[in-house]
Structures are given as structure tokens and as C-alpha cells.
Design a protein around this ligand. Sequence first.
Ligand code: UD1
Ligand code: UDP
Length: 377
Amino acid sequence: MKPAFVFGTRPEIIKLAPVIRAFEERGIDPLLIHTGQHYDYEMSKIFLEELELHRIDYHLEVGSGTQAYQTGTAMIKIEEVLMKEKPDVSLVQGDTNTVLAGALASVKLKIPVAHVEAGLRSFDRTMPEEINRILADHASEILFAPTEEAKKNLEREGISEGVYVVGNTIVDAVLQNSEIAERKSKILDELGLRPKEYAVLTAHRAENTDSEENLKKLVEIIESLPITVIYPVHPRTEKRLKSLDLWDRLEQKAHVILTKPLGYLDFLKLQKNAKFVLTDSGGIQEESIILNVPCLTLRYNTERPETIKAGGNVLVGLEKGRVLYYVDRLLNDKEFYEKMESAKNPFGDGRSGERIVEILFNLYNKGELKVRSSRFI
Ligand code: UD1
Ligand code: UDP
């Protein structure tokens, strides 16, 4: 079997690495296509190095741009590679523009698409990611849903053929790397931190950074936090904070530590030892429940409702009062803290990569790895 992986951003590298590794363990070196949607060292290469992805077969250097420019350019360049290489299956992961471009380019060449992390829905169609998820799922032949809830979302849209509940590969990534991180990363010493005496914050979502009003709300929240907060800043947010003169404001606060985006080992170590996490990231909502660290999500909805139901995550939006209420409870209400910290991980056992590869091999051996003319058979 000749599988092709199409990826281009930080979370895709992290979540696909365990699947690539599972192929390698079965003696297959898959084709690796990096669109270059993320290109700074801290957003891409550091992860390729840490996760030992030393070979990228095609680097498409798509870079940044408008939604259509980025998706369209990626599609054109991915199509060229797929026409030349003719893989048996294209694997994409998640909900970025790279995923949509990879899925569309592939299915139109009649190369079946396997979507890792299929079926997530925020039910908010104003998010670019929601459009990408829906369209990628509908272009896919094989849908690797992380949970039963994700499977139900697909069923509601008429997709029941080719759906496999396999858990989320983020569990594989965390289990494979957190012990290495604990051993190798010196981030706590470098930043002068002690375990459980600080919070970690990340924010990069378009709805929180593009709107000046929302970004100001975020800054006010950070300024008001009654605990040391480490904020590794996504380049998108760094640019916005600087252009709105908000960066210096944050930097002047004694309890705020702004850093460049961190590598995976440093970030995992920081997250694992944090008192709690504040984030609008999808992957970090998942990781925090896996690492038993309470999470407050700076959004009004989430495509990871399993984390809320399990009790490890609370949607706080950008309402300062609500954020500070939950922060206060996490800091001062022991019972509440322990309940959140002991929430059970709903994303599986960390063997999703192996499972995905096994299923693809079975389909391939039965001659069923192909684009079907109809899903409704
Ligand atoms: C993208 C995904 C988002 C995902 C996130 C992971 C889409 C629509 N969004 O958002 O779902 O959560 O990646 O981090 O695909 N930039 C740099 N250097 C880089 C990359 C980006 O400076 O290496 C800056 C550029 O100014 C760029 C902006 O960040 O315009 C946004 O980058 P982009 O890839 O378009 O979206 P993300 O916000 O990273
Ligand atoms: N991450 C990291 N360094 C950072 C911030 C995040 O390694 O400075 C990792 C984090 O552990 C998680 C992933 O990046 O695995 C999440 O990516 P991001 O928040 O950019 O995207 P999302 O998950 O929201 O799509």
C-alpha cells in the first residue's frame, strides 16, 4: 500500500506523527506532503525534529494568505504531487485549510481520502474550521471518528458507511511524548516556575484575534488573573497584539510571561505541571483532560463537548467575570479542583495510530480502498 499524508500546521504534525510511526512499524514509508501553511521554525520544523519526521517528500511552501488563496494554492500544488505519485489513499487530519485542500484535490483524482478526527462539529458555521470539517468529511471515504459522539454527528449528516471510532491520536502523541518531555525539557527552570503555581494560556482562534474588541477583552482577562500566567503566543496573535499596541501592555505585567510558540516537549511539560489551562485551542482542550489539568476554554462553543461532559473543561468565553469566577474556584475550592482534575479522558487509549493503519491495511487487502460512487448502498 502507498499512503500519502497531507499536512501543514502544528497540530496536524503532532496528531499525524503517531499514524506515520504506525505505518513505519509495518515497514511502510508513507509519502509525506507538507503544504507549508505553517512555516516559522517554532510552528513547524521544531515539531518535525522533535517527533523525528526527518523526511518530507514534498514541501509545497503555500504560506499565508486569504482563505481562498491559501486553500486554492494548496489544492493546485497537492494535485500536482498526487497526479505524479498516485498514492492508494490520502490521509488528512483535523480542520485546517490544508485538510480541505488535501481532501478535495484527492477525491477528485479518485484517490480515497481518510479523514483522521472526522465528525467533530462546533455547530458554528462562522468558523472557517467548521466549514473545513464538514466539507472534508463529505469528501472522505474513510472517516476515523475519535468518539461515538463524533460518529453520531456524521450519521446526522447521512454519513454512516466507512466510519470507524478509533479514539483520538492526540492520546498517542501525549503518551508517546510526555515522559520524554518530563525528562528532557528544562522549561520550568528556564522560566523560574514551580509545578502547580502558574497557569498556561494560548489563544489564536480567528474569532478571538481578528476582532479588536475581543482581543482587548482577552488582554483584560490576562491582566486580571491572580496567578502567574505563561502565554506562548501564536504568530497570528503576536502580529495583532503588536499592531493594536496591546503587546507592551501585557509585557509590563509582572505576572505575565510572554514567550514564542514552544516546541512540543516544552509545551507538554508546561501544560502537565500547570495549575490550570486557559485556551481557545482544540488540541489543548484534549491534552489537558488527558494530562489531568483543568481547562477553561475561551470560547462560547466547542467541537470537543466530550471534555465538558466528562467534567474537565468549562466554556468561559471572553467574559471576564465568568473567567475570574472559575479561576477563583480552581484556586480556592479544593473539591471543585479535584473534580475537574480527575475527569476521565474520553479520547481513547493511545493506540489510535495502530488502529487506523490496521483498518487501512484490511481495506486495501480486500480491494476496498477506493472512491465509491455512492455512500448510500
Ligand atoms: C490555522 C488553522 C486553525 C488551527 C491553527 C493551528 C485554518 C483556517 N486555521 O490557524 O484551525 O487551529 O492553524 O495553529 O486553517 N503565521 C506566521 N507564521 C506561521 C504561520 C502563520 O507568521 O508559521 C501568521 C501569518 O500572519 C498568518 C497567520 O499567522 O496570516 C494565520 O495563519 P493561518 O495558517 O492562516 O491560520 P492559523 O491562525 O495559524
Ligand atoms: N502546542 C505546542 N506549543 C505551543 C502551543 C501549542 O506544542 O506553544 C501544541 C499543543 O500541545 C497541541 C497543539 O500544539 O498539541 C495545538 O495546536 P494549536 O493550538 O495551534 O491548534 P488547534 O489544536 O487549535 O487546531
